[in-house]
Design a binder for this molecule. Structure first.
Ligand code: GLY
Length: 282
């Protein structure tokens, strides 16, 4: 059985990107809710402040690019595990240019860079769930089988299984890790089906934290020196019933973080950072 990565959830650095003004009108979205440009800026500032001030991570903030309306959603541009960074080939053509700045930032952090250059492959980081033991890759409108194969070739130490994404933008639109071996999962039929597939694929028995709202199951788990288990999760204003589920967790430092405006363009909490553990720092 695959061992849990020592230091799962330990992070020292985060790469984020400023919100372009073009996000409000041009970012890709499945709905048609109006985005308030000032609120979305504030939301991102608060998010970055949690990472930098509250949690003490070293935050590298890339400048916004007005020609890349979705560029704040950095998670889709790279998958980092230990010292290796896979620079992805995002599924949406309008987002492919986002990887350049990410590659530069991760190169400066001295990570081993692997680039997904195959023109038949697509992969968004939002479809990649790393449990600390293995990867699950959502096959979605954005990520295809070839993308999942290249991820498997890149991170050879880990098993990689694919999961069809039947609802929502990405696999992590309804599930993330909420702790070591603890999968946060939404309640919709599609989310529960995805969980069932992951359970069938794995030789490990994960615990689960079921949230009434799929989007609330996108949370960020960290294990930080002097802080222990930390969980960034939805606010009670956005998802009151799901927030109550998080509030029952006794072993985590709980930090509600608003995602209301970014949620209108299908962004979630994990979308807005690439987290890195530069081991020499801890
Ligand atoms: N707006 C996020 C995406 O569609 O990729």
């Amino acid at each position: 059985m695959a061992e849990l990565l020592a230091g799962f959830g330990c992070f020292t650095h985060a790469v984020v990107r400023a919100v372009p003004r073009s996000l409000a009108t041009q970012a890709l979205r499945s709905g048609n809710l109006e985005v308030d440009p000032l609120k979305v800026q504030q939301e991102q500032e608060d998010y970055v402040s949690v990472l930098r001030q509250r949690l003490g991570l070293e935050v590298i903030e890339l400048p916004a690019d007005e020609t890349l309306p979705d560029c704040v959603f950095v998670e889709d541009a790279a998958v980092v595990c230990e010292n290796t960074a896979l620079i992805t080939r995002p599924g949406a053509k309008s987002r492919r240019g986002e990887t350049e700045a990410m590659k530069r930032a991760l190169t400066e952090l001295d990570l081993n860079i692997v680039e997904m250059t195959d023109e038949t492959a697509t992969l968004d980081g939002g479809d990649v769930l790393f449990t600390g033991r293995e990867f699950f890759v959502g096959l979605s409108k954005r990520t295809n089988q070839k993308g999942a194969e290249i991820l498997a070739d890149t991170f050879k130490d880990y098993a990689v299984s694919t999961v069809p994404v039947q609802q929502g933008l990405h696999l992590k639109s309804c599930c993330t890790m909420a702790g070591p071996d603890l999968i946060a999962i939404g309640s919709s039929e599609a989310a529960q089906k995805a969980l069932k597939i992951m359970q069938q694929m794995s030789d490990h028995k994960y615990d689960k934290l079921t949230l009434p709202d799929d989007l609330a199951a996108n949370c960020i788990y960290m294990n930080l020196p002097n802080k222990g288990h930390v969980l960034l999760h939805c606010t009670p204003e956005e998802f009151p019933e799901s927030a109550k589920v998080f509030e029952k967790l006794k072993d985590h430092m709980l930090i509600p973080v608003s995602n209301q405006e970014k949620g209108k363009v299908d962004g979630a909490l994990t979308c807005c950072s690439v987290l890195i553990n530069k081991k020499s720092k801890i």
